[in-house]
Design a binder for this molecule. Structure first.
Ligand code: FAD
Length: 396
């Protein structure tokens, strides 16, 4: 009999096929076809670089096997096989040792060694993967209204999903999966899409078993159009919750610096509401840099005007107001350098970036510039902030 080995596998039932794992694997051990994302056991060296970036945790699956599952086998799966029975007089100890080995490696990855993202130390422990495609939660739409102005080009909606008597515990910063009904052009069920939770852990209104989403209608998009067109009373299949690092610190002294565009504002609505409800007099400051083309395109523009500056410092940046210079979030970070440096100099400051893929690089360049002007080293600071659970990016 072959010596058992630990095999890294991806759960096809939870995976949303976002390609993040394939992009983050430094040795091309991850590949995919139209059906699944899979890990090549001949190449994978357990570096764990793919674990934290995965938005659902589908990547975090392991089996001790006598012989590795081939790529062909993995590509054909619709769910993960159970752990094989390997216990025997000859290999029992080896199996246990390998399982301990995997646990140790994962623990290391979760601690963020090497600068990988980790949760803020004072964050509450999140529940993840309570529901999947095979066993989704059934939510009822209890609200769906447009957030952007009637004249705006973009249709962004505030949606409320109620879970009735099904337990669906969430934390601010987590996401849920939505299963769009129907099939794609090849007759396969549509993939699950993720949406950030835009409400506080205790519901859209305190003590309700519901949550809010901020959904942008994408032209030709399957799930966003499905959601945006739903009426009150409609039922939605939901998976998750997902996300174990992009979380709000419970420490009232934590300064939270939030940088977003568009629907990237969703988790920050949840963060702000949590602070307002749970610790309105917290000494830590909340600061928001929020970019949009015009005020009319900015989700939550009206409600945000009413949030007092004492609770939330706001920097709105507009890139398409006729007759005005284009201002992006990175420009505003530069022009508010004194405030930004003061925040970066405090050990209890956490940075969160959320929005479209690609915004991170512009924001980072701005941080790098303001730090250079203040004789600080941004790359060093960022690495230490990441390692201590104080630098978080979620872009899509
Ligand atoms: P898809 O059908 O997946 O299409 C993707 C793109 O291709 C669309 O832009 C669409 O315009 C284009 N396209 C597809 N078919 C056609 C066609 N036939 N012709 C022309 N163009 C086409 N989104 C939010 O709105 N709010 C959130 O809070 C949010 N949070 C997220 C959090 C995470 C962690 C992640 C990973 C993603 C998040 N997203 C969020 C994005 C969301 O998951 C979806 O990707 C988004 O809603 C688009 O999905 P879709 O099914 O509508 O588009």
């Amino acid at each position: 009999m072959n010596a058992p080995l630990k095999q890294h596998l991806i759960d096809p039932e939870i995976c949303i096929r976002c390609n993040t794992c394939e992009e983050s694997c430094p040795i091309d051990a991850i590949t995919h076809d139209d059906n699944n994302y899979v890990v090549n056991a001949d190449i994978c060296n357990y570096c764990m670089d793919c674990i934290s970036p995965c938005p659902t945790g589908a990547i975090d699956n392991w089996r001790v096997v006598a012989a590795p599952y081939s790529l062909e086998e993995q590509l054909s799966w619709s769910d993960l096989p159970a752990q094989q029975e390997l216990e025997s007089a000859s290999d029992g100890g080896a199996v246990e040792a390998l399982e301990d080995d995997i646990d140790a490696l994962l623990e290391e990855a979760r601690k963020g060694l090497g600068g990988k993202p980790v949760a803020p130390p004072s964050a509450s422990k999140p529940s993840v993967n309570l529901y999947n495609r095979g066993k989704p939660a059934m939510a009822t739409v209890t609200g769906n209204f447009r957030l952007t102005h009637a004249d705006a080009d973009s249709d962004v909606r505030h949606m409320i999903l109620d879970f009735g008597d099904q337990p669906f515990p969430v934390l601010e910063g987590q996401s849920i999966g939505v299963v769009p009904p129907g099939t794609d052009a090849e007759g396969k069920p549509h993939q699950v899409r993720l949406y950030s939770i835009a409400s506080s852990r205790d519901g859209e209104k305190p003590n309700a078993n519901n949550l809010a989403l901020t959904v942008k209608r994408e032209i030709g998009g399957v799930c966003s159009n499905y959601l945006c067109d739903l009426s009150r009373g409609a039922k939605v299949q939901v998976t998750g919750p997902f996300g174990a690092t992009f979380l709000l610190p419970n420490d009232p002294a934590a300064n939270i610096c939030m940088i977003c565009t568009g629907t990237g504002s969703a988790p920050f609505r949840g963060f702000t509401e949590r602070r307002r409800r749970a610790m309105p007099n917290a000494p830590g400051r909340l600061t928001l840099f929020f970019g949009a083309r015009r005020p009319e395109e900015l989700p939550y523009f009206g409600p945000l005007q009413k949030v007092p500056e004492k609770l939330l410092g706001k920097h709105f940046c507009y890139s398409r107001v006729p007759g005005e210079a284009r201002v992006y979030v990175q420009d505003r970070i530069r022009s508010e350098a004194a405030e930004v440096i003061a925040l970066l100099n405090e050990e209890q400051t956490h940075i969160y970036i959320c929005g479209l893929k690609g915004m991170e690089s512009g924001v980072e360049e701005a941080f790098s510039d303001v730090c250079r002007a203040a004789s600080m080293d941004w790359s060093e600071l960022k690495a230490s902030m990441r390692a201590s659970g104080r630098y978080h990016v979620e872009t899509y």
